[in-house]
Design a protein around this ligand. Sequence first.
Ligand SMILES: Nc1ncnc2c1ncn2[C@@H]1O[C@H](COP(=O)(O)OP(=O)(O)O)[C@@H](O)[C@H]1O
Ligand SMILES: [Mg+2]
Length: 239
Amino acid sequence: MNVLEVKNLSFSYPDKNILNNLSFNVQKGDFLCVVGTNGTGKSTLLKLILNILQKQNGEIKLLNTSSEDFKDFSKIAYVSQKATSFNRDFPATVEEIVTLGLYSKKGFLKSYTKEDKQKVCSALKRVGMYEYKNRKIGNLSGGQQQRVFIAKALVSSPEILFLDEPTVGIDIKAVDSICCLLGDLNKSGLTIIMVTHDISSTLFHSNKVLVLSEDGKGELMSSEKFSSNSISSHLHHNN
Ligand SMILES: Nc1ncnc2c1ncn2[C@@H]1O[C@H](COP(=O)(O)OP(=O)(O)O)[C@@H](O)[C@H]1O
Ligand SMILES: [Mg+2]
């Protein structure tokens, strides 16, 4: 079952063409990595899918609904590239940050119930950060902060999780453990669409790779094919 359909999508900023007639589908249970050099439009693509940016040409269907009409925001979650670049003195605790993830569903005026608190605790347990729930977010390591933002995304039990370079600026051990966490979440049924430059840490967990190129085209392939391609081009390089 397709949970995302992108058809003939093109996009330009006023001074620059970015995406050029891009088409691909994502199925329920997929773990898709989106790769490409800087500036190829990976973040732009996610923002178009999530209707943060308005599309100009082509079609995007998210959970069978055109992206402009999509309203069921509890079914999707987005960890943006900027998620962890906040003021380190920000006074919120881990538990408070994760609680914010419930508001898209409840609206700000609803009260925080016992059931909500349980959802927050269970999301924190899923990412291994429950023991830190009373800590200030600013006092955690980059990898721990990113786990908290993943918990915030999981708290509304989404069907699709979008992440934009969640491992930037995190040390390599933490990168591997976050990739394992995402792999486990995917195995438990969550569809994942992730922009990443850490493809070597992720390839083992993902099943598909979308390669964006500088001409705005994209090629979707299996992770196996991508890894044999990149190995062969690497070998070629050394010969
Ligand atoms: N709001 C914007 N206005 C104009 N150009 C932009 C804007 N956002 C991004 N760009 C440019 O569009 C290109 C693609 O950006 P982006 O989608 O962020 O690439 P990526 O995430 O693959 O690095 C880059 O050259 C970037 O400088
Ligand atoms: Mg980007």
